[in-house]
Design a protein around this ligand. Structure first.
Ligand SMILES: Nc1ncnc2c1ncn2[C@@H]1O[C@H](COP(=O)(O)OP(=O)(O)OP(=O)(O)O)[C@@H](O)[C@H]1O
Ligand SMILES: [Mg+2]
Length: 316
């Protein structure tokens, strides 16, 4: 018999749609909003599934939703490490040249090649030289602008995702004005933007301050919580299908401990699965604890230094 792998993932965004719980309806709502030419700002605290959601959304956007809502392409720009315009240029470069769709990737390479010819040097040089003084900040701004204009020409129906958008508030050189000019003004009617952020106030400030260039240009939405019933069903299925069918009480105990927080639940389920030997099944202690043949670690996490800490799993 094939060895079962631990089915729970908690250290990276999920890209397998069969593992993304409870986001279909919201993905449909956001996709139709974006296809209707409205930008969206999506808030959600850390580790609640914003990046995972953008993967589900990409699948939804690729569907044909009927008249006026054909399939859309998506380019995801991860701004996690951006502190400067050259850094931003590097992120856009990566998003374009490593796009998962071959046609788009090739078109991006052609566009960037043409742009490099025009500006007379390699964009990779800017990318690798955040501290270089080879270019003035104004030239960097110009390059980013040209690059975003190249990006918008990649598809006739395009959504650009700026993940961790709030990072740009630390970025000098007026990146919001550049985004606005390249992706939100004339010539970009076929482009919609999704801004995701984990610091709600920061993103609100960037979008709602009348002094900011992107003032009031996005509908605000909140990432929905994964329903407890959906999570329970998912955990049940995953333990069952890997030969460690868990007691319902144990799964409820697990969800109570994590309050069904997405990443914490997956991480605790991972630990519980890893600590349950093949062929055994997670159970709870409690008054009927005598049923347990052995106690290993536990299903209960206690707060320690602001983190959930694994303490007791039981299996029978
Ligand atoms: N829809 C989902 N279904 C099941 N698990 C999820 C879902 N969304 C997130 N998770 C869990 O949460 C973890 C973190 O997800 P993700 O990286 O998408 O969150 P994030 O909000 O982008 O985090 P960060 O704030 O660090 O960018 C995933 O590895 C997964 O365990
Ligand atoms: Mg993320």
């Amino acid at each position: 018999m094939a060895t079962a792998l631990n089915p729970f993932i908690w250290d990276r965004p999920l890209d397998d749609p069969s593992k993304i719980i409870g986001m279909e309806a919201f993905a449909n709502q956001v996709a139709l909003t974006l296809k209707g030419q409205t930008n969206v700002a999506l808030f959600g605290p850390r580790d609640t599934g914003k990046t995972t959601f953008t993967n589900q959304l990409t699948l939804e956007l690729a569907k044909d939703h009927g008249a006026g809502a054909p399939p859309f392409d998506v380019v995801k720009v991860n701004l996690q490490r951006v502190v400067s315009i050259p850094g931003f240029i590097g992120c856009v470069y990566d998003a374009m040249t490593s796009h998962p769709t071959k046609g788009l990737r090739r078109a991006a390479q052609r566009q960037l090649g043409a742009l490099e010819k025009e500006i007379g040097f390699d964009i990779k040089v800017i990318k690798g030289s955040v501290k270089s003084s080879a270019l003035s900040p104004a030239q960097d701004g110009e390059t980013l602008h040209s690059q975003l204009v190249a990006l918008r020409s990649l598809s006739e129906h395009l959504v650009v995702v700026f993940d961790e958008f709030q990072r740009l508030r630390h970025c000098p050189g007026d990146p919001l004005a550049i985004i606005r000019s390249a992706l939100m003004s004339s010539g970009s009617n076929h482009v919609s933007l999704l801004f995701t952020g984990s610091i709600r106030n920061a993103v609100k400030m960037m979008l709602e301050n009348s002094h900011e260039p992107i003032f009031g240009e996005a509908a605000e939405m909140q990432l929905p919580a994964i329903s407890r019933a959906d999570f329970l069903e998912y955990l049940d299925f995953q333990f069952q299908s890997t030969g460690k069918g868990a007691d319902e009480a144990a799964l409820n105990h697990l969800l109570n401990a994590t309050r069904a927080h997405p990443r914490s639940t997956q991480q605790l389920a991972w630990e519980c699965w890893a600590n349950t030997p093949a062929g055994r099944r997670p159970v709870t202690g409690g008054p009927e604890g005598g049923r347990c043949s052995r106690i290993a670690h536990g299903l209960i996490w206690a707060p320690r230094r602001g983190q959930l800490h694994f303490t007791l799993p039981l299996f029978a």
